[in-house]
Design a protein around this ligand. Structure first.
Ligand SMILES: Nc1ncnc2c1ncn2[C@@H]1O[C@H](COP(=O)(O)OP(=O)(O)OP(=O)(O)O)[C@@H](O)[C@H]1O
Ligand SMILES: [Mg+2]
Length: 257
């Protein structure tokens, strides 16, 4: 069964895209067939797996606006087992075109229904930093949501907002949506703040918090400049190890039930 996981948090810069790219690639390295979908007009998820999004004609926008089927817009990456549907600035038009009374929350879900059944083991959807139409489309289409929590001030306030959106989506549109887990990101063990946020998150969300903690790691930022996952760029770095460990947790959670 394909498992669709949205990576969401309306707070900007908390590690959503980094997690989408590296979790996708790590799952593919562990033998799973993975489709990474970018739902953010910034387009960084596609860039991060080597796509030149500025010249890309087949994007998620063409799917949402029904100019292409998902199969037509899937692009292979240079990484075995990992395909991508990238985004670019054209995606911003989707929200603009639908700011009237009719809100098409089901568009992504309906489009994904056209994919060959169970061709992918995992579909990972990178959400933009807002709780608008694009993020809601992702949450309506998803089986679960993975919430990155940056070990920084105001982390918990941001988490409260995404949790209440998840509850609303569960209630109104997607009762099967679950929380895949909370993931601590950019953790710096030298600061007391990081330790405090970690214990606050673990106390609040208990076993819903991933055991894996992603450290702040320079190889991760460098890999993005090179437009490749850290899991290939420096596979033995602390950042890569964390994302491999996260992928194993996701596999344990979903495949061993
Ligand atoms: N573990 C890490 N170590 C070092 N740098 C990181 C780490 N995770 C993310 N970064 C860097 O932090 C910045 C923000 O990360 P990222 O783009 O993944 O966040 P985001 O939540 O997707 O942001 P946005 O809300 O804009 O979509 C990027 O420059 C990224 O390279
Ligand atoms: Mg992002």
């Amino acid at each position: 069964m394909t498992r669709i996981i949205a990576i969401a948090n309306q707070k900007g810069g908390v590690g959503k895209t980094t997690t989408a790219i590296n979790l996708s690639h790590a799952l593919a390295r562990l033998g799973r067939k993975v489709l990474l979908i970018d739902m953010d007009p910034q387009g960084n998820a596609g860039r991060g797996v080597g796509i030149d999004i500025n010249i890309q004609e087949n994007t998620i926008y063409e799917i949402l606006s029904k100019r292409l089927t998902p199969t037509q817009a899937i692009t292979t990456t240079g990484f075995d087992g990992l395909d991508v549907i990238p985004a670019n600035l054209r995606l911003a038009q989707f929200e603009a075109e639908h700011n009237g009374t009719f809100s098409p929350f089901l568009t992504l879900k309906k489009a994904l229904a056209h994919l060959p059944k169970n061709h992918y083991d995992y579909i990972i959807v990178d959400c933009p930093p807002s709780l608008g139409l694009l993020c809601l489309n992702a949450l309506v289409a998803a089986d679960s949501v993975l919430i990155p929590v940056q070990c920084e001030y105001f982390a918990m306030e941001a988490v409260a907002a995404i949790i209440s959106t998840v509850a609303r989506v569960q209630h109104d549109m997607n009762p099967r949506l679950t929380i895949e887990g909370f993931l601590l990101t950019m953790y710096d063990q030298r600061t007391t703040l990081g330790t405090e946020i970690q214990s606050q998150v673990r106390k609040t969300f208990k076993e819903n918090t991933f055991l894996t903690v992603v450290p702040r790691n320079q190889s991760i930022s460098e890999s993005q400049g090179r437009q490749e996952p850290v899991t290939t760029f420096r596979p033995t770095s602390q950042g890569a190890s964390a994302y491999f460990a996260l992928a194993r947790e996701v596999i344990d959670h979903n495949e061993k039930r």
